[in-house]
Design a protein around this ligand. Structure first.
Ligand code: ADQ
Length: 490
């Protein structure tokens, strides 16, 4: 039996025994944007939001996050709160306001130019700037103040998200040691050799050890974290329990592979609207090809988009019989566009798409359709369902929810998933065709295998993949974290 929203709700009620439940993240789950006289509410493309919104719908409580929309201030109350989701208000979103300088130093600088490349082995060097670090600490304090204000004198459980808020638990506990905190690190944790170049390693590690529970996607990341602590910090590590004792405070370190809301995606993907959208897309992009491939990513250098395009290029050269018969659609959401590395990546991808299309195009046919925009979930499910294969070719990825979304949306039990070995998802989705995105020749052969795979085999694999995601869904992820905390007897 797989976990449901109701199971999670029940668990929260019984195990958290009336504690206030607070989620904290940089990114907000709903953004209010002005368009003309109207205010629109948009759901941002972020694995994190996709994962946590269903959990918050189930648990109620408060979500504290940076208010980044240009109409965000217009819809909040005096305490900077707004009820969300708009169609079914079930929890409260408390917004934090940041100046442009704060956003640059904390978000673009320390979080995304230092910690993001530090934790992903994608060969992009981190940039460490002391001023960014100071801003990062200041902004973590702003989050701590808001959380403490929400908590007041209540008993609370605070669930912190990700690498933007590495020192938050320490700051909260400095003022209110009764608060129980758990943190989930959504990106990989590197080995100690990689982490040791960080100038603020001790402060970061100590900050994370303010938590009662610290979660990563896979056991390998937990091992790396424990080893990094072992080499850098005065502490006692209990490897059997996977726990760290730092000055008497215990932090449990555990793997919790994140997932998606399988049932909801499967239900939505089966809707008439998605079938109509598939027709509309076929018509709009003239997709009468025998083979359609799809990729869905934030434009990020960790996602291996150029590697996938280069493999497709080589595939069409090596197997020219597929020219005119195969189209690859890449949906891409621009992200972190103010950072130089991302600007360069965007330009590289534009050039590659142009070069490949120029090389092979004939008649009205072009091999790559590059759609650089935010797409609705409905459109993404439609593209997934139209595809014969989906490529996830990350160079390094904590989990990768696109792989799990593709599988969940394939209610027809068809389609092939080509998945990088360097994603957390590859540990669970073993019936995917696993690739090393750097090994282009093998990658090419895998694309061939995907397009030539007999239907029975495709279906057998997809059924198993679907069972795996259905079993290990987002409610189970949240339930396991809450159960673990409850087991601590807190
Ligand atoms: P991300 O790196 O953001 O998350 P990922 O897990 O790949 O990544 O999820 C991306 C999400 O954005 C998916 O839900 C996808 O559908 C959506 N998306 C992508 N392109 C889009 C587009 N053009 N329009 C609309 N939506 C789009 C981080 C880690 C991951 C980890 C998650 C959750 O880097 O490894 O899986 O957190 O922990």
């Amino acid at each position: 039996m797989s976990w449901t929203k109701e199971d999670l709700q029940e668990l929260v009620k019984t195990k958290l025994a009336g504690r206030l439940f607070i989620v904290v993240s940089n990114r907000e789950p709903y953004i209010h944007i002005s368009s003309g006289d109207e205010i629109q509410c948009v759901v941002p493309a972020s694995g994190l939001t996709v994962a946590l919104d269903p959990m918050m719908r189930a648990c109620s409580g408060v979500w504290v996050a940076h208010g980044s929309g240009n109409a965000d201030r217009k819809v909040v109350d005096a305490k900077n709160r707004v009820s969300v989701p708009p169609d079914e208000p079930s929890y409260s979103l408390r917004r934090i306001w940041l100046t442009k300088e704060e956003e640059e130093g904390y978000y673009l600088g320390l979080s995304n130019e230092a910690l993001w490349p530090l934790c992903h082995v994608a060969y992009t060097p981190p940039i460490f700037d002391e001023a960014d670090w100071n801003t990062y600490k200041k902004v973590n304090q702003l989050f701590a103040d808001a959380v403490l204000d929400e908590v007041g004198d209540r008993k609370a459980f605070v669930f912190i998200q990700d690498y933007h808020l590495a020192i938050l638990s320490r700051l909260i506990k400095a003022k209110n040691p009764q608060v129980i905190t758990a943190q989930f690190w959504h990106i990989p944790w590197p080995n100690p050799e990689v982490f040791r170049i960080c100038p603020w390693q001790e402060e970061l590690l100590d900050g994370l050890l303010g938590n009662d529970l610290l979660g990563f996607h896979i056991g390998y990341n937990c091992d790396n974290f424990l080893e990094t602590v072992n080499r850098n910090l005065e502490s006692k590590i209990d490897y059997e329990r996977s726990a760290v004792n730092r000055g008497g405070g215990i932090t449990l370190v555990r793997p919790f592979p994140i997932s998606v809301d399988f049932d909801r995606i499967a239900r939505d993907a089966a809707k008439e609207e998605v079938i109509e959208e598939m027709e509309r897309i076929r018509h709009r992009w003239k997709l009468d090809d025998e083979f359609i491939g799809v990729g869905v990513d934030r434009v990020d250098y960790t996602k291996g988009i150029p590697h996938r395009l280069m493999a497709l290029d080589k595939f069409l050269t090596k197997y020219p019989e597929y020219q005119g018969r195969m189209v690859f659609v890449q949906l891409a959401e621009p992200s972190r566009v103010h950072i130089r590395k991302y600007k360069e990546l965007n330009a590289d991808i534009d050039d590659l798409v142009e070069e490949i299309n120029w090389k092979y195009q004939s008649g009205g046919w072009r091999p790559i359709i590059y759609i650089k925009e935010h797409c609705s979930p409905l459109a993404i499910w439609a593209f997934h369902r139209l595809a014969h294969f989906c490529i996830v070719s990350s160079l390094h990825d904590g989990m990768n929810l696109v792989a799990k979304e593709f599988v969940s949306s394939r209610v027809d039990e068809d389609g092939v998933l080509i998945l990088s070995r360097f994603t957390g998802a590859a540990r669970e989705l073993v019936q995917a065709l696993l690739i090393n995105p750097y090994a282009t020749d093998d990658f090419v052969e895998t694309i061939r295998k995907a397009v030539e795979m007999p239907k029975r085999q495709r279906q057998a694999r997809m059924r198993k993949l679907r069972q795996s995601v259905e079993q290990n869904n987002i409610y189970q992820w949240a339930g396991n974290i809450i159960s673990e905390l409850a087991n601590l007897g807190l």
